[in-house]
Design a protein around this ligand. Structure first.
Ligand code: ZN
Length: 195
């Protein structure tokens, strides 16, 4: 059981991990807390946006769209490595997923394959949207992957979690394919950074 980090603690953790953070609009009070719980938190979730362009992607993740109001995550990771803070609190990023996966994350065990949609992930996970078309062609610059790993590491370190608390959206539900990169390798980066 972990209480979510305050906005100030989140920023300090990211700064401590060497992240370049951009505070976007009223991110500190922008959330979906009026629609449901935020916390206890148990892990972090990695996504890709299926968009291009930093400004348009950050705007979309802040505002959301007609069928899914923003924030659509807590942080947007740009291709140049900058991290845009777009929300703090409950965000519409994880949706429903598999409770067996959540139990594995809590126990920091290897993940089972998701096959259920019985659990609200927006309560439990911090989320980052990485700007990428997700078509397998759009490149993943090292600056972007490094920043994403530092973002995940910062939150894990602040909560005392290991890299096993880091999952991809595709590991939460069989309805999603993001992110398009290998999550085991990504967890390896976080493990290295955690030292
Ligand atoms: Zn996603």
């Amino acid at each position: 059981m972990a209480k979510p980090l305050t906005a100030a603690r989140m920023l300090a953790a990211l700064e401590g991990e060497g992240c370049e953070v951009v505070e976007f609009r009223s991110w500190r009070t922008h959330n979906r807390n009026h629609k449901g719980d935020w916390g206890p938190v148990n892990g972090v979730m990695i996504h890709h946006t299926v968009t291009s362009g930093t400004d348009a992607s950050v705007e979309l993740c802040y505002e959301g769209h007609s069928t899914l109001p923003g924030p659509l995550c807590h942080t947007v990771g740009a291709k140049d490595g900058r991290l845009f803070m777009v929300g703090h609190g409950r965000a519409n990023h994880a949706g429903r997923g598999d409770g067996d996966v959540l139990r594995a994350v809590i126990a920091e065990r290897d993940l089972p394959r998701p096959n259920d949609s019985d659990t609200d992930g927006n309560v439990r996970f911090y989320g980052i949207e990485l700007i990428n078309l997700g078509d397998g062609e759009d490149p993943w610059p090292e600056a972007q992957l490094d920043a994403a790993a530092r973002w995940a590491t910062a939150i894990c370190r602040a909560h005392g979690w290991t890299q096993k608390s880091v999952i991809g959206h595709k590991e939460w539900t069989d309805q999603k394919i993001d992110p398009s990169f290998d999550m085991a390798k990504f967890r390896g980066r976080v493990e290295t950074l955690l030292g």
